[in-house]
Structures are given as C-alpha cells and as structure tokens.
Design a protein around this ligand. Structure first.
Ligand code: FE2
Length: 411
C-alpha cells in the first residue's frame, strides 16, 4: 500500500474502518489492515467520504466583483451586462489568476472535481475558454475540471456565436452548454436548443444548459429541452441548471414538466446561493425563494445536485468555494431538515453529482479512485452545520491538502 487511512468513519458502514490505497486506487477497506504503508493517516473516527464534486461553477467570471461596478438592481440581466466591458478585455493570465484562487480554495475544502461553464460569445470570443483551459492544465494535480461551452449572450441573438460554439468544442471544451431562455422569442429558444444538440451529436458530447433562470413563468424552455433530449436519444446525458421558472409555474404545469424531465433522464442542478440573491427582486411580500422545486424533483426520482455557481462576481458577491457552505444554504432554501433529507443533501454534492459527470470510478469502495476527504466531524449533520476543517484531502491517492481546527476556548 502507498497510503493507509486508519480509523475512518464511513457513511454506509457501521463501525470504524481502514482504507488502503495503492496506485491511486482504493485497494482495500477492512476493519484492520495488518500491513504497513509508507504513509499512514489516523482519521480518529472522523467522517471519511469521497471528495466533493462541484458540477456547476463559472471559473472565468470568479473574483471579478472588485474591478467592475456593483449590480444595483441585483438582477440576472444587470449581472450579465456589467461584465461586458471586462469580458472584452480578459487576458489568459487574469483568468488563470482569478480561477486559480477558487480552484485552490475548492481543493482545501475537499472538492477535487469541478464542471465549469465558460462564456462563448462575440464579446469575449474564445478568450474565456483559453483562460479556463490554461487554469485546468496548471491545476490538474489538485482539480479535475470539465469545461462547458456556454453561450451566455444567446446564440440566435448573438450572430457569430454559433460558429464560436463549434470552435470552442474543437478547441477543448468537453460539454455543450446553452441558455435558451436568453433569446428574443420561444421559436428562437427552440432553434437555440436544436443548434446545441447538433453540436453535441457531432462531438458525441453531453449537454448542460442554463435553463429558465427567471421568476417569469412565461419561460418554458425546460419542456423544450426535455422534448429535444428524447427526440435525439440523449437521455441521461443532459443536465439543466437553475430552472427557477419551474418554481413559478402553477402546480399542474410544473408536475407535467417534471414528468417530462424524468422521462428524458435530465439531471437537475440547483444553485441556491446565486438564485436566492438574484430572484424575487421584483416581488412584494411574500418574496419567492427563487430556487427550483428540489423536493418535488427528488420525489419524482429525478437526479438533483447543486453547485457553487458563483464566487465574488456580479451575480453573487460571496462564495468561498466550500460545498459544505452551499449544502447548508441548499438545505435551508429547499426545506430539507429531516435526517434523511440532510443525508440527501450530502449525497447531492457527492454521489449524485458523480452521476451528472457520469463518473464510473467514483465512491468509497475497493477499486474506485482514491479521491477522499476526511472531515473534522463525526456526522453528516455536523459536517454541514459546523463546516469544520477538512483534515485531509486526497486526490489520486496523494494528499493534496491538510487542515486543522485550531480554535481554542479558555474556559
Ligand atoms: Fe450558472
């Protein structure tokens, strides 16, 4: 063994366990591994889990809030428009530096995989993609990053964007993004979705779109996306992020769409930190929560995860690239308070996110990748509630981060 974790508490097994790691894989899990390894860690009975996955973040836009004007209306529209000037002047070095800060914070906090959307449009061209690809390469030892070509400014609405989307996929993007609600008409939204699927078919790529990020129930592109997913046979390969309008629909139409989402095998990602901040801005009391119907989707058997989405950008001024913080906010926003619901929130940032990325070697089992985090807590509830130190973060069998809780009370 190269590394043995002693005395870990695992979520799905009673008692305390040793985990043996060899060649970047989990080689053994047993009550007591008799052999010795070059490196050994004592987990002291603390929660030992597969490392976290952030399936929805925008690394090209992070840490921008101090160099652009503030978002006065607090809306999505203004958040997008404020960035235009900065986006036109992006440099690779600037993006690598800003994204690097978030990648390093994420790793220290136990995240070893991210799926980053990257703007592809006629304002920034392919510069955001170049920057994030450079960051992906620079930090590949601590973070696996999937890149989504994201037409933030629309496709039909932004002549020249379609060509850039094709080029982005040729230049190293992994996933075809989309934002069909950001078009002038429903017909254009439909065309937007068709173009994205044409590109996905050509590159045999998965699809991950920003869908109906609005409180306005007029926007119905989630249903369009579900229809196109089934038409193209892309079930299980499509993800819809945000989907705030689903919460604004009447219950009858919402359950009809959720049924279609389930049939289409669409994965859903809620981004509560951003949407609690952006949505409901024009509501008088009661102000809507602005996030999608998480519990109804879960009850329907749809796979749901959550992402950090934003760190210090025009959409959201906070964010620490700590998924336990996002988990805490998700639990509040989605009313997930029962013991089994709190466990489910933890699944959403681990196993359920792994389903979105279609990872075959994820999990705390023999033969799986040795991507592991040891949290300074004994229970999932305490991990989410206290957001304690991640004592060790292991990626590919190597310790990439160590932390300790140094706070002391003299009492
Ligand atoms: Fe997003």
């Amino acid at each position: 063994m190269d590394l043995i974790i002693r005395n870990g508490k695992l979520r799905n097994r009673e008692g305390i366990w040793d985990i043996g790691i060899k060649d970047g894989k989990i080689a053994a899990i047993s009550k007591n591994i008799s052999e010795k390894a070059e490196q050994e860690i004592d987990a002291q009975g603390k929660l030992t889990v597969p490392s976290f996955i952030d399936p929805h973040i925008h690394l090209d836009k992070v840490n921008i809030v101090e160099v652009v004007r503030p978002n006065k209306s607090g809306t999505l529209k203004e958040a997008i428009e404020i960035i235009w000037d900065k986006k036109a002047k992006y440099t690779t070095e600037d993006i690598v530096e800003r994204a690097g800060d978030v990648i390093k914070r994420g790793a220290i906090n136990g995240t070893t995989r991210m799926r980053s959307h990257v703007d592809v449009d006629t304002i920034g061209g392919l510069k955001p993609l170049e920057g994030v690809l450079a960051a992906k390469e620079k930090y590949k030892d601590i973070m696996d990053i999937e890149v989504v070509a994201f037409p933030q400014e629309g496709i039909i609405k932004d002549p020249g964007c379609e060509e850039l989307m094709w080029k982005a996929m040729e230049s190293g993007a992994d996933i075809v993004g989309g934002m069909p609600a950001n078009e002038h008409t429903p017909d254009d939204s439909r065309k937007h979705i068709e173009i994205c699927f044409d590109i996905a078919e050509k590159f045999d790529a998965d699809v991950d779109m920003h869908v109906d990020e609005t409180d306005d129930p007029f926007y119905r592109t989630l249903e369009m996306l579900a229809d196109e997913t089934i038409k193209r046979g892309w079930q299980g390969r499509v993800t819809a992020g945000h989907t705030c309008a689903l919460a604004a629909y009447d219950d009858h139409y919402a359950s009809y769409v959720i049924d279609k989402v389930k049939k289409a095998g669409i994965h859903m990602i809620t981004n509560p930190v951003t949407n609690l901040m952006l949505q409901g801005r024009n509501d008088k009391q009661p102000v809507r929560r602005g996030i999608t119907r998480v519990k109804e989707l879960l009850e329907a058997g749809v796979n749901v995860s959550f992402g950090q989405d934003c760190v210090k950008d025009t959409f959201y001024p906070f964010g620490s690239a700590d998924l336990l913080q996002v988990a805490l906010i998700t639990a509040h926003a989605a009313h997930m308070s029962m013991p089994h619901e709190i466990e489910k929130v933890f699944d959403m940032m681990t196993y359920d996110a792994a389903k979105i990325l279609r990872l075959e070697n994820y999990g705390l089992e023999e033969g799986k990748d040795a991507d592991i985090v040891i949290i300074d807590a004994f229970t999932v509830n305490d991990a989410i509630r206290l957001q304690p130190a991640r004592l060790y973060v292991i990626k590919g069998g190597k310790i990439i981060a160590k932390s300790e809780n140094k706070r002391e009370l003299n009492f």
